[in-house]
Design a protein around this ligand. Structure first.
Ligand code: ZN
Length: 178
């Protein structure tokens, strides 16, 4: 059994000022995510970092402004996170083009091999990529812990809605890290 942390889409376009889909709550989320990642690195957890990863003309841009274009600054992890995970052996990067980190990726096989005792989840946006990834984790019957204070989105009501759905509909455990 492996210990697993999943860090969802902590990329410049979402959490760095001037990012295309930046929202202010990100300023509260970033330090908590850094804390969790440092702690889990010290315990040698496997850490999966997902990255929203789009072609220039992705159809998703009919609904959202162009963001997280592959191989640009906007699609990189935010600077402080990128710095602390540099060289960490137990990290896996999943680049995805849709909300769920399972869609069109090999995440399913990776998790089957890892067979984690549970999946801890943090990152953004709570009601989009976090929730749709947690849904897929629960479809596969993984135990999931979501650190609420290490998640966030552009609208507080949607954040609370998503936390409630993940807890009461999907059956994820909701905890605060701090
Ligand atoms: Zn996207």
């Amino acid at each position: 059994m492996n210990d697993l942390l999943m860090v969802i889409d902590m990329q410049n376009d979402f959490v760095t000022k001037n990012g295309v889909l930046y929202f202010e709550r990100a300023e509260f989320v970033k330090p908590v995510v850094l804390d969790i990642v440092r702690n889990r690195m010290s315990k040698n957890y496997t850490i999966i970092f997902t990255q929203d990863w789009h072609e220039v003309e992705d159809l998703e841009f009919k609904r959202f402004p162009p963001h997280c274009i592959k191989d640009t600054y906007g699609s990189e992890l935010f600077d402080d996170l990128k710095e602390i995970v540099r060289g960490y052996k137990n990290s896996i990067f999943i680049q995805k083009r849709r909300f769920s980190a399972f869609f069109g990726t090999n995440l399913g096989e990776i998790l089957e091999k890892l067979s984690p005792s549970k999946a801890e989840v943090c990152g953004v946006d709570t009601n989009i990529c976090v929730m749709y990834t947690v849904e897929e984790l629960k479809n596969r019957d993984y135990d999931v812990v979501v650190y609420e204070d290490a998640t966030g989105t552009y609208d507080e009501k949607l954040h609370l809605f998503a936390i409630d759905q993940m807890k009461n509909v999907l059956g994820a455990q909701i905890e605060k890290w701090r």
